[in-house]
Design a protein. Structure first.
Length: 147
């Protein structure tokens, strides 16, 4: 693969987040900003709005991992609040932090949506990429390469 100039505003943040995901790939799930997969965990936090990012087998997508790294707090509702306690739109804030274009945001955060591009690659509706495939996809979209 040829080296090319990164096409996003904050390639270093993307590299750090991808290292976080690679360090614990079981906590990566591109199907939701943040999920507490254990029903007992959800019940135990009903009295609280926020959840520890590493509690009860939680998972997060790329955007969710960006927000967790940057100090945003996940909630039991699968969304996030800022350090100041304001609700935020996870994909919008993560895209701003990474310096993504709107097209890159769609391509990275919503890749599970079936498209003609995915059809050309041989994926069927509802199929998901492995982490290695997703990393290649991220490189293709952003120009950022990973060690």
């Amino acid at each position: 693969m040829e080296n090319r100039e990164p096409m996003i505003g904050n390639p270093e943040l993307l590299k750090l987040v991808m290292k976080d995901i690679e360090a614990d790939p079981e906590r990566w799930n591109q199907d939701g900003w943040f999920k507490a997969s254990d029903s007992q965990c959800r019940r135990s936090y009903l009295g609280e709005i926020t959840v520890q990012a590493d509690a009860c087998g939680t998972t997060a997508c790329l955007a969710g991992h960006v927000l967790i790294r940057e100090g945003y707090q996940p909630t039991v509702f699968g969304t996030f609040v800022s350090r100041e306690g304001r609700w935020v739109n996870p994909d919008t804030v993560a895209a701003e932090l990474l310096g993504l274009t709107e097209t890159q945001t769609q391509d990275l955060f919503y890749y599970t949506t079936f498209s003609s591009k995915r059809a050309a690659r041989g994926y069927r509706p509802g199929s998901f990429m492995t982490l290695e495939e997703y990393k290649s996809h991220v490189t293709e979209v952003t120009g950022v390469t990973f060690d």
